[in-house]
Design a protein around this ligand. Structure first.
Ligand code: CA
Length: 231
């Protein structure tokens, strides 16, 4: 249903830390920052969880009871994973940092650290991974968000069938241009658009109805096609 709240999945993190008190403090802090957090206390557990789940980022302690945490990052990279890794290290030497980064970590933090710094570094790592959100398209009182596949008119959600959505999106992308029926067909029907011109008129009539009726910014350019006025 348009207008109904969409469920937004929380960012999911894997926290690999064997010092249970520290792990608990960090886990709670991250949950307060609206992340979902899985906790691993050993190298084996970390490998297992990382292999079975998709994480937005992994926070990785190096000194684990059964191995070097950096090898978890190395293993992920060997398997082609690009999940960002923030390495936690107690050893603050240049060699140590270089080794961690070479093994596949994207960033590191030296223990002891302040939680806000860890949270900021996680945010930065996750952000780098995010695909750029396409901008919201608008004309007059029409707003269309290609990312969430929703549209509004005068602030009210409008319910659009997939093809109506495709046509409106195309008109918005070409705002101010005269758009020929053939172009609309090509962009909204893909390859499958034999003689749909009169169907387009039906879709356009419905889009007009949904975007202000008489005052809709969708204009007919006689004998050519349509134009979406800005405003
Ligand atoms: Ca440790």
């Amino acid at each position: 249903m348009p207008g109904s709240p969409r469920t937004i999945e929380p960012m999911r993190l894997l926290l690999v830390e064997d010092e249970s008190r520290l792990a608990e403090v960090v886990r709670r802090g991250l949950i307060e920052h609206s992340y979902a957090v899985d906790l691993a206390g050993t190298f084996a557990e970390a490998l297992d969880l990382a292999a079975t789940n998709e994480y937005d980022a992994i926070i990785l302690d190096r000194r684990l009871p059964d191995g070097d945490g950096a090898q978890v990052a190395a293993e992920l990279r060997r398997n082609g994973s690009r999940t960002p890794v923030l390495m936690l290290t107690a050893r603050d030497t240049v060699e140590d940092r270089v080794e961690g980064l070479d093994l596949g970590a994207d960033d590191y933090l030296v223990k002891p650290f302040a939680f806000p710094e860890l949270a900021a570094r996680v945010r930065a790592l996750v952000r780098r991974q995010m695909p750029e959100r396409p901008p919201i398209l608008s004309a007059g009182e029409i707003r269309l968000d290609p990312a969430s596949h929703t549209a509004t008119h005068a602030g009210e959600p409008i319910k659009l069938a997939p093809r109506e959505f495709a046509i409106l999106e195309y008109l918005l992308r070409r705002k101010g241009d005269v758009v020929r029926r053939g172009e609309i067909e090509e962009h909204s029907w893909g390859g499958d658009y034999e003689s749909v011109s009169n169907v387009i008129d039906v879709y356009i009539a419905r889009l007009r109805h949904l975007t202000g009726g008489e005052r809709s910014p969708i204009e007919t350019v006689r004998g050519v096609g349509y134009r979406l006025r800005d405003g």
